[in-house]
Design a protein. Structure first.
Length: 432
């Protein structure tokens, strides 16, 4: 099919398949499904069954909103998406144990699409990647499997996701969407497609590579800012200065950025910089500042654990066999997302010292915690048995308990580490 046929596409004739129905894909499928035919595809049959039953376990989409998408259906069968002409790929792009990009989900998704790809179809990737991944890694797979020619028979686009899990204010339609396409005409079509649902508007990037780069630096910038504050908190701690008080004072200047120290996990900020550094190293440049920030942030879990160990020793609590309760496992507050949570670093370091660690999180899925991290969650922590408590995630449930109620979970003289600085400095024994 020629490009002229592609240009005859209208939004009214568009039938979309969303590949991957996680935190990114499902909200996208629901929003498009309110206006035009959409098939949500995921290889997880249990996920499909739950969505067909009208419930989203990620809590990104409310049950009533899910049912409001009248044109949306779900499937785990590849043949069901063969009639679609636009494929939106929203699969995860994690890193492996060596902190290298793992494109396996992206490549497998491309292989699947290649089996049903037809002349005139468009494949738009939303997964976070390094600049060049769409055209250098994904498109060749589409060509090889389908037998079609890129920019002659089928086309591609890139529109980076900006979903913030658990955020009920900055929703999909309220965030400006960056778009791009493999030809100027495709870029126009992709931009119009997203503009039909994005209330905040779109920004059409000059190329797919520009769009890819814009996404990966958004979180790299945030990662570096947090790394700076984390390093400052280490310095101020050694000087006996309250970091939060320093940041509050500095924040009175109009252009001071309000970052706070903490563990840096999740599917984006703790991962995306490695995609950029991997690409940089592949072209012969060794990044220094980005990797330095990553080293600081990756080391915060061990630092937190060691600070607690020191506090236990000051209280003359025997470390070997001490019991510590971690309050929170998800990577952020009021969200069930366990992806790349760095709370596990704290747990691992404490266990190296022989500490017995219990983990309590009312938001986390116990089965997922067991599968992903081999952790058994404590449903109802016992009262008065812990030598130390770490408020690791600021879930509403923990904040509403307050420091007095939290301390009741510990023994007399137990150490309370308010990792998130939820309470006043005088109400806890440790803060970052």
């Amino acid at each position: 099919m020629s490009e002229a046929t592609l240009l005859s596409f209208s939004l009214g004739s568009t039938k979309i398949a969303v590949i991957g129905l996680g935190y990114v894909g499902l909200p996208l499928a629901v929003e498009f499904g309110k206006h035009r035919p959409v098939i949500g595809f995921d290889i997880n049959a249990r996920r499909i069954d739950a969505l067909r039953a009208g419930h989203d376990s990620t809590l990104e989409v409310e049950d009533d909103e899910l049912t409001s998408a009248k044109h949306l259906s779900f499937t785990s069968a590849l043949e069901d998406i063969a009639d679609c002409n636009v494929y939106l790929v929203t699969v995860p792009t994690p890193i492996d144990v060596h902190k290298r990009p793992d494109l396996t989900p992206l490549i497998k998704a491309s292989e699947g699409i290649g089996k049903v790809l037809k002349s005139g179809d468009i494949v738009v990737y939303e997964s976070t990647v390094y600049p060049g991944a769409t055209e250098e890694d994904c498109v060749p797979v589409l060509e090889a499997v389908s037998g079609l020619r890129f920019n002659k028979d089928f086309f591609a686009g890139y529109s980076p996701e900006r979903i913030n899990p658990g955020d009920k204010t900055h929703r999909l339609t309220k965030i400006t969407k960056v778009t791009s396409g493999s030809t100027p005409e495709v870029a126009d079509f992709v931009d119009r497609l997203y503009a039909s649902i994005i209330e905040a508007g779109t920004h059409k990037a000059a190329s797919i590579r520009v769009a890819e780069a814009s996404k990966v630096i958004e979180n790299t910038q945030r990662d570096l800012n947090i790394a700076l504050i984390n390093e400052l908190s280490v310095i101020f701690n050694q000087m006996g200065i309250d970091t939060d008080a320093v940041l509050e004072a500095a924040g009175t200047k109009w252009n001071f950025l309000p970052f706070r120290p903490g563990l840096v996990g999740g599917h984006c900020v703790g991962v995306d910089p490695y995609y950029l550094t991997h690409k940089a190293e592949s072209i012969g440049y060794h990044p220094q500042i980005i990797l330095a920030g990553r080293r600081v942030n990756d080391g915060m879990g061990a630092y937190v654990a060691k600070q607690l160990i020191k506090a236990l020793l000051r209280q003359r609590i025997h470390v070997q066999g001490a019991r510590v309760l971690l309050l929170g496992l998800t990577f952020k507050e009021n969200c069930p997302d366990l992806r790349n949570t760095r709370v596990v670093d704290v747990i691992a370091e404490l266990q190296e010292y022989g500490v017995e660690v219990d983990v309590h999180d009312p938001w986390a899925d116990a089965d997922e915690a067991k599968v992903e991290y081999n952790l058994s969650l404590t449903r109802d922590p016992a009262v008065g048995v812990y030598d130390g408590l770490i408020l690791a995630v600021a879930h509403n449930e923990f904040c509403e308990m307050g420091p007095t109620a939290l301390r009741k979970l510990g023994k007399e003289g137990a150490v309370l580490f308010d990792l998130k600085s939820v309470f006043e400095a005088s109400e806890s024994d440790l803060r970052l």
